[in-house]
Design a binder for this molecule. Structure first.
Ligand code: APR
Length: 226
């Protein structure tokens, strides 16, 4: 079976009603990154940070997967599909994707502020008074700006032997995630699905459509050629 690696960003969830970050009206228009998405912000004003992620967790858990997520599940019958997502929602998993790697963490998980390997599933609001089993404070299991991206080396290994790479709904502005495409083999077929496509770091075939329209059509084409 050929291998298709999908690098998804906020744009694939936009068709499920979730805001992107950098589009007009996006999350970073309403909040300053340095107020809600850095370790320093959490130390300075934990309630503001927790409120931000509680709001996003509630919105994400009320959203439903869209035709793009569902098409990527269908593709699994014809390709080995590895999703590598910058998104922290679980829409890929809820659609039924089997292999999902989150580069920037997950909204429905929290972790101990003392032991980063102690990760708990958490689908409700997180309050400052909440603690782990040892009484230690908890934080969102999200990679904040300035923090390491532990899953990146594994993501690079996944891209290195891809036959097809599909980039969906990302502005490719945040590193190291944006550099992943460069690790794809020279002979890999690369596609970029985005209504406002940015310059990718290598030759890609651009599908200038929304994910819910462009991904199902591209998947059918890939299935025809599987
Ligand atoms: N379908 C497909 N793509 C879309 C759609 C849609 N319906 N709507 C918008 N887009 C595209 C935009 O054109 C843009 O290229 O999705 C991309 C969204 O870009 P960003 O808002 O920058 O989101 P993303 O690339 O995922 O951000 C990366 O930045 O703030 C951090 O950690 C955060 O994971 C996030 C990272």
């Amino acid at each position: 079976m050929k291998k298709c690696v999908v690098l998804s960003g906020a744009g694939i969830s936009a068709d499920s009603g979730l805001k992107t970050f950098r589009d007009a009206g996006g999350l970073w228009e309403g909040y300053k990154v340095t107020d809600v998405c850095t370790p320093e912000a959490f130390a300075r004003n934990p309630d503001l940070v927790l409120d931000f992620y509680n709001m996003r967790r509630q919105q994400a858990n009320q959203a439903m997967p869209n035709a793009a997520h569902e098409a990527l599940v269908r593709l699994e019958s014809y390709y080995h599909v590895q999703i590598i997502t910058q998104n922290v929602d679980d829409l890929h998993e809820r659609a039924g994707s089997s292999h999902v790697l989150h580069l920037h963490g997950e909204l429905n998980k929290v972790r101990s502020c003392v032991d980063e390997n102690e990760i708990l599933v958490w689908t409700g609001d997180l309050k400052r008074s909440d603690t782990d089993g040892k009484g230690h404070p908890l934080r969102p299991h999200i990679v904040w700006f300035g923090e390491e991206v532990p899953a990146f080396p594994h993501a690079v290994e996944q891209v290195r032997d891809a036959d097809v790479v599909m980039v969906v709904g990302t502005s490719l502005q945040v590193y190291p995630a944006a550099s992943l495409l460069e690790f794809a083999p020279p002979q890999a077929e690369c596609y970029l699905v985005d209504p406002n496509p940015r310059q990718a770091g290598r030759m890609v075939e651009v599908v200038p459509k929304k994910a819910k329209d462009g991904v199902p059509t591209l998947v059918e084409e890939l299935i025809r050629r599987a």
